[in-house]
Each structure stands twice: as C-alpha cells, then as structure tokens.
Write a protein that binds this ligand. Structure first.
Ligand code: GTP
Ligand code: MG
Length: 212
C-alpha cells in the first residue's frame, strides 16, 4: 500500500507559520515589491486590527496593539518564513484627535494603497461590534466598491457584548453590506480576546492562499 502523509489543514499551516515583521511603510514609494499575495486589515482607530493580527498568528506582540487610538501609523507588512503572503496592518481611520495634517496623511496613504495595490487579494474591514457600521466605515466601503477591491467585514470585540446583542449587530451589519458589490457575502464575528471566529478567519485566508 502506498504511504500517504496526512494532509495538514491549511489554516493550521497559517497558524504555525514563522511570522516576521518586514517593514513599516509611510509612503507608496516605500512599498515592498508586489511579489506575493497580500491581505490587509483596515478599520477605524482602535477597532482591534493589530490585536486581530496577533490572535490570528498566535503571536502576542507581532503587531503593536494599544489602548491609545492611532497606535499604528504606518502600513506594517508581516510575512511568513517561506514568504508566500503579506499581512498588512493599516493605520486606523476616523481618528479625529491626532493633528489634522497627520490624519490627512494617513487617510491619503490608506486610500492610495487600497486603490492601487495589485496583489491585494482581500481587505478585511473590521467593524467594532459595539458600534456597528459608522460614517467613516461607509467612506472606506464606498472606496473599495468603486475600485472593485474585494473585501470582507469582520466584527471585532464580540466578547464585550451582552448575550443577545451580537445577533442584532450581526443582522444590522450584514444588511448594511448586502447590496455592496465588492463585499464578501460572509460576515465574520470575532474576538481577539477569546479567539472566537479566529479559525473562520484563518480558513478564509487559507482559501485565498490556495486560490493563489
Ligand atoms: P490603531 O492602530 O490605533 O488603529 O488601533 P487598532 O485597530 O490596531 O486596535 P488595537 O489592536 O491596538 O486594539 C485597541 C484596543 O482594543 C486595545 O486596548 C486592545 O486590547 C483592545 N482589543 C482589541 N481586540 C479586542 C477584543 O477582541 N476584545 C477586547 N475586549 N478588547 C480588544
Ligand atoms: Mg493598530
């Protein structure tokens, strides 16, 4: 009988990858070569982008998370040891308390990156489950729809909701996405704190890697 190796779950491979920080990018001219699959995490300041990347990669401090909104100020690129994927932790949008010039610079960088990055296969747009879709989220979703950049919405911090609240925000958010042309039909509900939804998120990324 031929010997067959058990096939490892691709999501498990993702979880076990040797993740490393590549660079922080402050302008499009500093972007790394577009030589591999790219997946970005966008969302309002403090929504939990950096925390989600840490939970996803099972690393405590790969991305720097903080209680202070505006923590991530560059496009931070992370890759796996074998170099087949970039995860991109983005600065948050909608943070009004930082100096205006700074906010404008981040906003421009985010927009330029999202609009024109060829290997960007999917943007996970994070929505705080306590707040649902806000005006600044709508601006981002509109941009992604206009530029036909595929995106999938992810509710974050679901551990902070009272029982029963998740169903409501889930339904309202799904409704807000239903007619959007570039939105993935599946809305994910996650908690970086408890790990809820992390396997689904890994599976979604593993599927993108499988498709190449
Ligand atoms: P910026 O880089 O400023 O845009 O923020 P961010 O979106 O990267 O958020 P970050 O991951 O830094 O998290 C912001 C705060 O929310 C931190 O205090 C995190 O500990 C907290 N947080 C993130 N995810 C969760 C979660 O799933 N549950 C709970 N309870 N807190 C979370
Ligand atoms: Mg961050």
């Amino acid at each position: 009988m031929p010997h067959t190796e058990p096939t490892e779950d691709p999501a498990e491979i993702l979880r076990k990858a040797q993740w490393e920080f590549v660079k922080g990018v402050v302008g499009l001219e500093f972007l790394p070569l577009p030589d591999r699959l790219e997946i970005a995490f966008a969302g309002r300041s403090n929504v939990g982008k950096s925390s989600l990347i840490n939970a996803l990669t099972s690393r405590k401090a790969l991305a720097r998370a903080s209680n202070t909104p505006g923590r991530t100020q560059e496009l931070n690129f992370f890759t796996t040891g074998n170099g087949d994927l970039y995860l991109v932790d983005m600065p948050g949008y909608g943070y009004a308390e930082a100096p205006k010039a700074k906010v404008e610079k981040w906003t421009q960088l985010i927009r330029d990156y999202l609009r024109g990055r060829v290997p960007l296969k999917r943007v996970f747009v994070l929505i705080d489950s306590r707040h649902g879709i806000k005006a600044t989220d709508i601006e981002t979703l509109d941009l992604l729809d206009e530029c036909a950049v595929p995106y999938q919405a992810v509710l974050t911090k679901t551990d902070k909701l009272k029982p029963g609240e998740l169903d409501k925000v889930f339904a309202a958010t799904a409704k807000g996405l239903s007619r959007r042309p570039a939105a993935h039909p599946v809305l994910l509900a996650t908690s970086a704190e408890t790990g809820t939804g992390m396997d689904e998120l890994r599976a979604a990324i593993a599927e993108l890697m499988r498709l190449g």
